[in-house]
Design a protein around this ligand. Structure first.
Ligand SMILES: C[S@@+](CC[C@H](N)C(=O)[O-])C[C@H]1O[C@@H](n2cnc3c(N)ncnc32)[C@H](O)[C@@H]1O
Length: 310
């Protein structure tokens, strides 16, 4: 058997089960199957016949999850598409409504640790960052094609990087001399763009730029906005939606969507965070926040202004 915990440890695993409340006979969607850690917990809690539909667009992760969860047989169905398309994909699979939905956003440890995927500057690799290699645009292409202003906007908006303009200007200058194609090249350009005294003490100067590029390549915030808008159409009234985020941009989107849409009733007034023991055992859990809502009986569009802006 593979050491699954070496590949990815599910965060807030017990909390997810207690909020999602899976029961036998239930049908649940795991929108971010990953290595299947959370889904394994749901399938066990929903024994003997509860089922999970797992969305995962990364081929490698989907294959490993299928191997890990093979013993559950037909209780698990894996759909290799974006969770953002769930409102179309579920009916295609013959499913009208489900009893719960989980999203555990961001990258898996597997993706970060496999240097060749280009998510991390710890290893030198082509600047790829696509979670699903069927997606058309890589990080290297964004670095090559976007204007200085567009790059600065990405670093500022998705990375909350205050040195965004300075870094973007440096990248544009560097790419005139030589194509920027590898993780290490980019990390060095970013580090050289900012005077040492402004470098953070506890992380590499390029951390936020890498996060921002990953979000842009995978259209992570667009996907989240879409799923929050569409999920009520597939959740039966009373079904629960659990979302784990890893940075403030995502958390804000979830918080606002839950509050603004009458199809959701908020369960967690404050987000649930990992206990110190979990953070100690799994440092990647430190920024996790879980928010939960229940599908109400109300229409998702009730109360919104005709322009959809209310
Ligand atoms: C944090 S991991 C999930 C780990 C999982 N909960 C576990 O316990 O193993 C996030 C996973 O979601 C996948 N993912 C991210 N965005 C996605 C999307 N829009 N559609 C489908 N899968 C997505 C990533 O490829 C990654 O494998």
């Amino acid at each position: 058997m593979r050491p699954w915990a070496d590949l990815h440890v599910p965060v807030l695993a017990a909390e997810v089960i207690s909020y999602l409340q899976p029961v036998s006979g239930g049908l649940y969607v795991d929108g971010t199957l990953g290595l299947g850690g959370h889904t394994e917990g749901i399938l066990k809690a929903a024994a003997p016949d509860g089922r999970v539909i797992g969305f995962e667009w990364d081929e490698q992760a989907a294959g490993l999850a299928a191997e890990r969860l093979a013993t559950f047989g037909r209780r698990l169905t894996i759909i290799r598409t974006s969770y953002a398309d769930l409102a179309a994909a579920l009916p295609k699979a013959g499913i009208e409504t489900v009893d719960g939905l989980l999203l555990d956003l961001g990258v898996s440890s597997l993706q970060l640790d496999r240097g060749e995927r280009g998510f991390s500057f710890q290893a030198d690799a082509p600047l790829d960052m696509r979670m699903d290699v069927r997606q058309p645009v890589t990080a290297a292409q964004l670095i090559r094609r976007l204007s200085k202003e567009q790059l600065a906007d990405i670093f500022y908006n998705y990375g909350e990087e205050r040195q965004a303009r300075r870094i973007a200007a440096h990248i544009v200058k560097a790419r005139e001399e030589r194509a920027v194609e590898t993780t290490r090249q980019l990390a060095e350009i970013v580090a050289a763009a900012v005077p040492r005294k402004f470098h953070p003490r506890k992380r590499h100067m390029a951390t936020r730029v890498f996060q921002a590029l990953r979000i842009a390549v995978n259209r992570e915030l667009d996907n989240l906005v879409r799923v929050l808008a569409d999920a009520p159409s597939v959740l039966r009234p009373g079904a629960r939606m659990c979302v784990i985020t890893f940075h403030s941009l995502e958390d804000r989107i979830v918080k606002q969507a839950f509050a603004a849409n009458p199809a959701y009733a908020v369960v967690t007034r404050h987000p649930v965070e990992p206990l110190p023991d979990e953070v100690k055992a799994n440092p990647r859990s430190r920024s996790a926040k879980l928010r939960v809502a229940v599908r109400t009986e109300r229409d998702g569009n009730e109360g919104l202004s005709p322009a959809g802006s209310g």
